[in-house]
Ligand binder design. Structure first.
Ligand code: CDP
Length: 198
């Protein structure tokens, strides 16, 4: 069976947690497409060549979740040749047998416009920055909350305003605003949406 769940949205909206939970619940494979762009950004050198020569070891680096990697990712992600070098891999993954969940920015709009389920997960910038700051260690984090908020805003702005595959909901995406939702409620909503379509 081929079944694709596309989960898009801005930084730290809860896409990763929801995607992993949906994949586990239905036995689908999960691809965090942001990791591809983070790996290209951190590899250094010519980003187009890096995207074309990405290997599994690049995705296993332990610094891919850092704020610096997020910033580097959103810079290389604005380059059309970088995006096109990563497209086939994502599309093949989406149509694998047994079902797939992909989370990112352009899954429902560009990578998998025919996905069986599309979710667009959002939350206010302040709430997303607080979640990311807590993930980074809260009071023990190297960055202050204000610095994390500034970076979240800068990345949102770049992702929404680039000309190639800008961040925006697909016309047929189901919107999920997690600002006032517990993660359990957000997961339950996503699971119910997928169940209804299966
Ligand atoms: O985890 P978080 O939401 O903070 O970021 P991510 O999903 O790992 O994505 C990092 C950056 O990669 C984003 O800010 C985008 O610029 C880029 N990205 C993209 O352009 N397209 C995707 N499908 C996934 C990520």
């Amino acid at each position: 069976m081929k079944f694709t769940v596309a989960i898009d949205g801005p930084a730290a909206a809860g896409k990763g947690t929801i995607s992993r939970a949906v994949a586990a619940r239905f036995g689908f494979e999960h691809l965090d497409t942001g990791l591809l762009y983070r790996a290209v950004g951190m590899k250094g050198g010519d980003p187009v060549l890096s995207a074309r020569s990405l290997v599994p070891a690049d995705l296993a680096r332990d610094d891919l979740r850092s704020l610096a990697a997020g910033q580097a990712a959103s810079q290389v992600a604005a380059l059309p040749e970088v995006r096109s070098a990563l497209t086939a891999f994502q599309r093949d993954f989406a149509r694998r047998d047994g079902g797939a969940v992909l989370d990112g920015r352009d899954i429902g709009t560009v990578i998998c416009p025919d996905a069986e389920v599309k979710l667009f997960v959002t939350a206010s910038a302040e709430i997303r920055a607080r979640r990311r700051w807590l993930e980074l260690g809260g009071e023990a984090a190297f960055e202050t909350y204000d610095e994390v908020l500034a970076q979240v805003r800068e990345r949102d702005d770049r992702d929404m305003n680039r000309s190639d595959a800008p961040l925006r909901p697909a016309v047929d995406a189901v919107m999920v605003d997690t600002s006032d939702m517990s993660i359990e409620d957000a997961v339950a909503f996503a699971v119910a949406t997928v169940s209804a379509r299966l």
